[in-house]
Design a protein around this ligand. Structure first.
Ligand SMILES: NC(=O)c1ccc[n+]([C@@H]2O[C@H](COP(=O)([O-])OP(=O)(O)OC[C@H]3O[C@@H](n4cnc5c(N)ncnc54)[C@H](O)[C@@H]3O)[C@@H](O)[C@H]2O)c1
Ligand SMILES: [Zn+2]
Ligand SMILES: [Zn+2]
Length: 365
């Protein structure tokens, strides 16, 4: 099958033929229908974050189950349409049993081994082992994944919507629905209007935040942010984003989502927080990036900074909820979908991500 193989940071991926083993016990084979172009893969492409190589990237996808391995539960059957999760869970570790499955111990196994849950790979090219990315690797025609990495998709949810729901949407909407409390009628600032930030804006509208302030460098993205519910937009290219946010909400925001992840934007997020406010850090950065925090401002204004991984969600519960909200017309996810590319143009899609794509781009194998 064809897959985009990534062999060295800073170099382009090569779409080539690789071999994919049959699903083992508790695994499923999925034919990919759509894969989203998430910025997280880009952090690995540039070497911001390291991973075992060679590897097939892609962690936001959906498709159709073509085979199930031995010992599979009845939850997933051949022919099911599924969304892929990049956080499978064991169900038994402390994180899982205390309701925090995104922190499941398997996350570490996937990241360090580049394998599936047992640490071994189903991808290879002759004798050469090819690694899996976060247990997904959907920049490919097919994937073999753990059955705990898939969630059934209801009728009426198109493949590209199912794909983006599995990362951008659950991350961005989830960071608001699962972290913000009492946000109705209160200001909420979202830094970044990419796939994740736009999803946080949709989440902010769902909980009734007001005003909802979007900050980005790109007027076209800010226009889409307003379409999704931002009441105000701040073009950071025009300088001093902090002052311009505080011109709109002089006392600051009780809730800020940083869906960018640069040291500068995290600092801006802290600066626009109201006393007692919470900055929700969602964007990722270089592995060694840090941000200076003004200590007295933190203490005297009782500000809080919290990280949010995968929308701080419980994907088995939250993804079906997101599909339900979409089908009820309350999450306009069709409008989040940007340009489509064939898998062979994966590098061009990532170039476009960095030069001004609007909405979430989709790769179609
Ligand atoms: N926490 C998680 O679980 C999780 C999940 C998915 C993605 N992420 C991370 O979230 C971040 C966003 O992902 P995405 O796919 O939406 O990326 P994206 O590239 O689509 O969007 C980023 C946006 O930030 C804007 N931007 C960049 N620098 C800016 C600045 N200085 N001021 C204002 N705007 C600026 C860009 O114009 C762009 O619209 C990435 O770092 C990604 O790795 C985290
Ligand atoms: Zn992602
Ligand atoms: Zn677990």
């Amino acid at each position: 099958m064809r897959a985009a193989v990534f062999r060295e940071a800073g170099k382009r991926m090569v779409v080539e033929d690789v071999e994919l083993n049959a699903p083992g016990a508790g695994e499923v084979l999925v034919r990919i229908e759509a894969a989203g172009v998430c910025h997280s893969d880009y952090h690995y492409m540039t070497g911001d974050i390291s991973c075992p190589m060679p590897i097939v990237l892609g962690h936001e996808g959906s498709g159709i189950v073509e085979a199930v391995g031995a010992d599979s539960s009845d939850r997933i059957r051949v022919g099911d349409r599924v969304a892929l999760l990049w956080r499978p869970r064991c169900g038994n570790c402390l994180a899982c049993v205390t309701g925090n499955p995104v922190l499941c111990q398997f996350g570490r196994v996937l990241a360090t081994t580049g394998g599936l849950l047992d640490g071994t790979s189903r991808l290879h090219k002759g004798d050469e082992r090819i690694h899996h990315f976060l247990g997904v690797s959907c920049f490919a025609e097919r994937v073999v994944v753990s059955e705990t990495s898939v969630v059934p998709v209801p009728d009426g949810v198109p493949p590209e919507v199912a794909a983006v729901a599995g990362c951008a949407v659950i991350t961005g909407v989830g960071a608001v629905l699962n972290v913000v409390t009492g946000g109705s009628g209160q200001p909420l600032v979202v830094l970044g209007s990419g796939g994740v930030g736009l999803s946080s804006i949709m989440g902010a509208r769902l909980i009734g935040a007001n005003p909802i302030i979007a900050v980005d460098l790109d007027p076209a993205k800010l226009e889409l942010a307003r379409h999704f519910g931002a009441t105000h937009s701040v073009d950071a290219r025009e300088g001093d984003a902090v002052k311009r946010v505080l011109d709109i909400i002089p006392t600051g925001a009780p809730w800020v989502v940083d869906a960018i992840g640069a040291p500068t934007t995290l600092a801006e997020g802290l600066a626009v927080l109201a006393p007692g406010g919470t900055l929700i850090a969602v964007g990722l950065a270089r592995g060694d990036a840090t941000v200076p925090v003004p200590i007295n401002d933190l203490v005297q204004k009782q500000k809080r900074i919290v990280g949010s991984l995968y929308g701080s969600s419980n994907p088995l519960v939250d993804l079906p909820r997101i599909f339900g909200l979409y089908l009820a017309g309350r999450l306009p996810l069709d409008d989040l979908i940007g340009e489509h590319f064939p898998l062979a143009s994966v590098n061009e899609a990532y170039e476009q991500l960095m030069t001004g794509s609007v909405g979430r781009m989709i790769l179609v194998p």
